[in-house]
Design a protein around this ligand. Structure first.
Ligand code: FAD
Length: 452
């Protein structure tokens, strides 16, 4: 024990290593329903070289390591399921470069979403990245490791589609680069080199991302949020098809929620309307509402619920308050937009069976190329019965997603197993070969995406 502690202290300094229960305690839990899992050590490196030393050491000693970003992914994904060392990445938080005209920025992977937004706002007010609706402490690296999506999902896609380059520490300790940065010519593209696709979406089981080049997009000066409402869930895919055909909005989210009563059994479609002038906003609203959605208004099946609100991120965390005790977790899934009505009906049934007020949301990805669905389940942390209900509801929702032919997004271990059971065997075998090749000692976030 003490030799591991001293080795870690030699790598990062005494202030940034702990094996003390009161500090390990905070790393043993996340915000969701997962049982606590304790690391033996927590280490908080400051540089890529320090991360590399830790990984080389862990690989040599065959000690499990778990990269941790903001710890906001909720599904127990950054808990040390097999003990070992939690590597807290939050001190790797520097902006390395912003290429304004090339619209990309290079950052250390532990930088928080909030810091990126604040930095751009201050130094490059014409640029933005696609920030997830997660609390701002979530990191760039953690979000890419689970294929997150942010407020530019429509029209630009998953955040992991917005990567121009990566630096990764392999489980055996080598530092590898991917994209144009691998040939030393800058961090401006992942293309046209052969695709290795080994790290995004692997939940930190194949390597630790240390640097990222992120695509940036125009930040429009005027930013407002409108809501269109319908009672019939069957209309939602059609309305989203109409709106994505126009391509005039920044973020499109359909939501229904038992609380507050205003949202119950209704479907509010949030439309973020942005522009560089008031005239641009008016033009977009004229095309969107007067010329396109007016057919729903005229036939009495839909209406404008609000216009010109301040933009808010999808506040699924508000559903944590639906029960006393402030706990919540959600299942995410990627499915076609056409699945919205069934996701809503069957999700509301699961919630009702477990006496949890339902909150069901779908965010459009790309030009209606898919939707990120979420079903949130609140529980009281101090009441094991409500935790049990939430856990069961989460597992039933995972099963529902698989039954509907969807893919579970950022699955917990239970959902990972469901996916692997259904996955094409050749693909599973290939994943296994890749994992064994990269991580011969099985040290990287073990317990997640186990393929044996
Ligand atoms: C209220 C709320 C709203 C949310 N809304 C959204 C949303 O709109 N969109 C969205 O995408 N997500 C959302 N999330 C989910 C999640 O918080 C985010 O995806 C978040 O960006 C995850 O980043 P993190 O740094 O917290 O990751 P963590 O939870 O720390 O880690 C996630 C996974 O990545 C691994 N990992 C962490 N850092 C690295 C690294 N540097 N290299 C390799 N692997 C690493 C971890 O081991 C773990 O497996 C939401 C969560 C909450 C609580």
């Amino acid at each position: 024990m003490s030799s591991i502690y001293h080795a870690l202290v030699d790598m990062v300094g005494e202030d940034y290593v702990s094996n003390q229960p009161e500090e390990l305690f905070t790393y043993s839990k996340d915000l969701g329903t997962s049982e606590p899992k304790w690391p033996e050590y927590v280490v908080v490196p400051n540089t890529t070289e320090e991360v590399q030393k830790i990984v080389l050491f862990a690989n040599q000693e065959k000690i499990p390591i778990v990269p941790l970003g903001g710890g906001m992914s909720l599904a127990g994904l950054a808990l040390p399921l097999k003990g070992g060392i939690t590597i807290d990445m939050k001190r790797l938080d520097q902006v390395i470069e912003v290429n304004e005209k090339g619209r990309y920025m290079v950052v250390e992977a532990g930088i928080s979403q909030g810091k990126v937004t604040a930095y751009l706002h201050k130094h490059h007010p014409n640029l933005m990245h696609s920030e997830p609706g997660a609390p701002p402490a979530a990191t760039i690296g953690g979000n890419l490791a689970i294929h997150g999506q942010g407020d530019l999902a429509h029209p630009y896609g998953f955040n992991s589609d917005m990567v121009n380059g990566l630096e990764v520490i392999l489980p055996t300790g080598e530092i590898a680069r991917f994209g144009s940065c691998a040939v030393g010519s800058g961090w401006f593209t992942m293309h046209p080199l052969p695709d290795l696709g080994l790290f995004l979406g692997w939940g930190g089981t194949t390597g630790i991302i240390t640097k990222v080049s992120l695509r940036l997009f125009p930040f429009k000066k005027f930013r407002e949020m409108d809501q269109f409402v319908v009672e019939d869930e069957e209309l939602v895919p059609e309305i989203l098809y109409d709106l994505t055909h126009l391509g005039l909005s920044e973020d499109l989210i359909a939501m229904s929620s038992e609380i507050p009563p205003l949202y119950d059994r209704l479907h509010h479609i949030t439309i973020n309307v942005t522009g560089d002038s008031k005239e641009e906003l008016e033009f977009k609203r004229h095309i969107s509402y007067d010329l396109t959605l007016s057919k729903y208004i005229r036939s009495g099946v839909g209406g404008i619920a609000s216009v010109s609100q301040d933009i808010q991120r999808p506040q699924i965390s508000k559903s944590a308050d639906w029960k006393k005790g402030g706990g919540f977790e959600y299942v995410g899934s990627i499915m076609p937009v056409s699945a919205y009505p069934e996701c809503y009906r069957r999700g509301a049934e699961i919630s009702s069976r477990h006496q949890i007020p339902y909150t069901i949301l779908g965010r459009v990805i790309g030009c209606s190329h898919g939707m990120m669905f979420s079903w949130s389940y609140a529980f009281n942390r101090a009441d094991p019965e409500t935790v049990r209900h939430a856990s069961e509801a989460l597992q039933e929702t995972d099963e529902l997603v698989m039954e509907m032919g969807g893919t579970i997004w950022k699955p917990a271990v239970f959902g990972q197993k469901l996916i692997l059971e259904k996955m094409d065997n050749t693909t599973v075998q290939l994943m296994k070969k890749v994992k064994n090749l990269l991580d011969p000692n099985g040290i990287m976030n073990p317990g997640n995406w186990e393929l044996d």
